[in-house]
Design a binder for this molecule. Sequence first.
Ligand SMILES: [Zn+2]
Length: 372
Amino acid sequence: MKDLVDETGRFGEEKDMEFSMGKTRSVKFAGEMEMIGLMLRGQEIEKAEVYEYLGVKMGVWEDYLQSHEDKVRSRTKKLAGMVKAAGKGILCRPEMMRMMWKGAAVPAITYGQEVLCMNKDLRGEMDKAQREVGLRALGGTQLTAQEGLEGEWGCSNFEVREARAKLGFEGRLRFMGTDRWAKKVYMYVGVQCRNTRWEKKVRKIGEWKGIENRTPGGTVEQWVSRERKEAEQRGLGDRIGKAQGKSSLKYYREGEFGGWSGIYDGTFGSDLLFRARVGALETRRRMRWLGGTTECGICGEGVEDLEHVMLKCEGLKEERQRLQWENMVEEEEVNIVRHRLGLGREDEKDRKWREDAMTYLKIWKKLGGGVT
Ligand SMILES: [Zn+2]
């Protein structure tokens, strides 16, 4: 170490370069021995317990990223709070909040995740923050199933984001020239069979993703984009699997999970539409845990669930006629609810269903539907 620092000093002298001693520190990451004072051009380098390099804080503790994680944790909270605050009263709230979150907040909190292996709890906190931002953006409540929110908002969870980043970086390492430092370290670790945290993590992600097609050839771009795509598909598969176990997603799960399709605009009708699509509309049946009656308060005939609201409520009959919603067909209830809520019809050109469904739900609410 001392030789390396001396070498650096000589290099600086030859090139007539100054060292900023105020920013230079020595940090002892490993080893039992007492650290000797390192000198650079006659000045002693100050010792430190933590040093921030390229925005990453590294410390002397057993978990060298501990203080960096604290930094990312508070940044996550701060940015989520900012996006939520910015969403108040702006036009096209869902889309704007989505842009701010995905475009600015997510890159800031996932910085360096190609190489850094952080605590799993931190990822959980990021998912939680993303959920809160998403619910605020789309006008959902805590009743909203996570899978429905992810699907409608078109945001991957942080497990998928990490997989995408790390597998992509691993691909780049494979194709990297041996003159690069990252490649040298990668090869050294591989040859020495050092089971670093990163190696273990990448292997685990690989097992999770599945699909082993390591045929050589192709370009680095092809490799990286294939890996990233496979990670995303695996994430989607997980989501669909989890959604299938949830009764609130009875209507939702039968459609394709198409991601963000720009159907929400942040109005009251749009909020109701979102909740209806993901099975979180506050019908009396849905809110029965509050202890109230489940009977429809508008027509008084039958249990008020989504199907009742969308197909059967006598109090909304005229409204359905006005919208030319065809009469109900027995055994086809689920499909008709889906049809009326536009599930699977996101790509239709005029999307008339959207306006119709929002109008209808607003009238339902106005007539005193659901739990208020
Ligand atoms: Zn009714």
